[in-house]
Design a protein around this ligand. Structure first.
Ligand SMILES: Nc1ncnc2c1ncn2[C@@H]1O[C@H](COP(=O)(O)OP(=O)(O)OP(=O)(O)O)[C@@H](O)[C@H]1O
Length: 485
């Protein structure tokens, strides 16, 4: 029987003849006995070569040189573990060289769905982000994957806050993607550098791919999901295989200074948590939980004047819109009936009229505005957020009892329903806030900014990120909507 078939090659590896083949969905390694009859021990391992099947997407490289085939791919050692880069190689057995070469080319073609694996990448590495392991993780885990794919890397290790702004402002526009090895703060810097670029609009089209080595890593979680969002190898795979996802950005204006924000603006208690837990960043994202508990004990009100251009404040409808959008039933957010736009059905918030500013008049503990479901692994702040709906999600927490705040932290069954308990949640086209005291905290994408009057407007679809999905990661579909008001 000839072993030659279009989708497989037979190689000798570790003394075992082994088929390498691919189907429409998978890359398969199948050890056999040398006489061609398949033989497995009960574990599927034959002299150290194990039967392996991985999604085609996990194949990074396939080369043929000097009579040997080499395939590099990502695999989980155990279910639930992080991905790891591994390689299988061996000399071809009864194939001809031309077949082996063509097989490698065909495998790469399907594994990359026709895209070029060898990308030209600008890489920013923040050695200070998160627990300070960015450099080590980049060198040991991420760079080998990018190099295996044949990428050209232009790497900058940031030396100080603001360094990434300086580089992004001046960068050339020939990169296929900007790889950001840090947390959300460095993404914020890069976007603000791009905003000052001479060719701003073109620069905004270069997709950004986060590699999660920060504390919260909200954007990485939102793009890759809870299983992969903190896995640097899964994030490196996204650099190679992700598709551009357009996201809204926010224009944050204070006086004549305008910043770009891509994820969140926080005022009051949650901003305090960000700042006050800075000195325990070695704890990773647990710092936010600890900070929340301490902040509940203090329960400091934040006197501000808040005005919102409300588009919707009905949580049930927000969930329905999210589901419809993800099911592809509604390519664009459905327009709301005029009677609902800016309608103030709730006497607890202030008056508004269509397209006008609604004043929020009750004492508040915090405002959390932004997009993207997760701001960190345990904190789902904007569960009904859509990447490019042209709206900002705003949650406002009135002053309530400590007990009620602790209950809010509990969420429902999985800690992902935090928003249901924050008592006001809006979809808005803009908002503005004016502090009524000089003491207070304001944080934009993790960066502390002066606690002064500001306004936020939407920059619809200006951001570009690489993503495995056409929306934020699918697990964020909100199933449990108990308690929505
Ligand atoms: N070499 C450096 N030394 C000190 N600070 C740096 C350096 N390089 C960058 N920075 C600053 O580090 C800050 C924190 O980075 P980043 O926000 O990415 O990590 P994080 O705060 O741990 O994560 P997250 O924002 O996801 O919670 C950035 O705002 C940046 O200004």
């Amino acid at each position: 029987m000839s072993t030659t078939s279009k989708n497989q090659v037979l190689i000798g590896t570790r003394g075992v003849s082994t088929y390498l083949r691919f189907t429409d969905a998978s890359f398969v390694i199948e050890p056999t006995k040398l006489d061609g009859h398949k033989f497995f021990c009960c574990t599927g391992i034959y002299r150290g070569v194990k039967y392996t099947e991985v999604p085609l997407r996990n194949v990074i490289s396939a080369t043929f040189a000097s009579g040997a085939v080499e395939v590099q791919y990502l695999v989980r050692k155990r279910k639930g573990n992080c991905l790891n880069l591994v390689m299988i190689s061996g000399t071809i057995m009864d194939e001809d060289s031309m077949h082996a070469k063509k097989w490698c080319e065909a495998l790469l073609l399907v594994a990359y769905q026709g895209a070029n694996p060898s990308k030209n990448l600008k890489v920013f590495v923040n050695p200070h982000g998160g627990k300070g392991k960015g450099r080590a993780l980049y060198v040991s885990k991420v760079e080998p994957i990018l190099l295996a794919a044949g990428c050209t890397l232009d790497v900058t290790y940031t030396t100080h806050g603001g360094h990434a702004i300086e580089i992004a402002r001046e960068m050339n526009l020939g990169y296929d993607a900007l790889v950001i090895v840090s947390g959300d703060g460095l993404i914020h810097e890069v976007l603000n550098g791009i905003n000052q670029h001479e060719h701003r609009d073109k620069a905004f089209c270069i997709p950004i791919a986060p590699i999660p080595t920060g504390s919260g890593n909200g954007m990485s979680l939102n793009l890759l999901g809870l299983q992969d969002g903190l896995d640097v190898c899964a994030a490196a795979l996204n650099v190679l295989k992700g598709q551009p996802l357009k996201t809204d950005l926010f224009s944050f204006t204070q006086g004549d200074r305008r910043r770009i924000s891509f994820m969140s603006q926080t005022i009051g208690m949650v901003a305090d948590i960000d700042i006050e837990t800075e000195r325990i960043r070695w704890m990773g994202d647990f710092r936010f939980i600890l900070g929340y508990i301490c902040a509940i004990i203090v329960r400091k009100p934040c006197p501000i004047e808040l005005s919102i251009k409300v588009v919707d404040q009905d949580k049930s409808r927000m969930v329905d819109v999210l589901h419809a959008r993800r099911a592809g039933e509604s390519p664009n957010p459905p327009s709301l009936p005029d009677s609902l736009l800016g309608d103030d059905k709730n006497p607890d918030s202030a008056n508004s009229s269509n397209g006008e500013w609604t004043r929020f008049e009750r004492p508040i503990l915090w405002v959390y505005a932004g997009q993207g479901p997760f701001v960190s692994r345990d904190w789902m702040q904007f569960p009904v957020s859509l990447a490019d709906d042209g709206l900002i999600d705003i949650s406002v927490q009135e002053v309530i009892s400590r007990k009620a705040l602790l209950r809010a932290m509990d969420g429902a069954d999985d800690g992902r329903t935090y928003w249901i308990n924050s008592n006001r949640y809006y979809k808005a086209s803009a908002y503005r806030a004016r502090p009524l005291t000089s003491k207070g905290t304001l944080v934009v994408d993790g960066e502390q900014v002066p606690f002064e009057e500001f306004q936020v407007d939407i920059l619809n679809g200006l951001g570009t990120f690489l993503s495995p999905y056409p929306h934020y990661a699918p697990e964020f579909l909100v199933r449990d909507i108990q308690g929505r008001t």
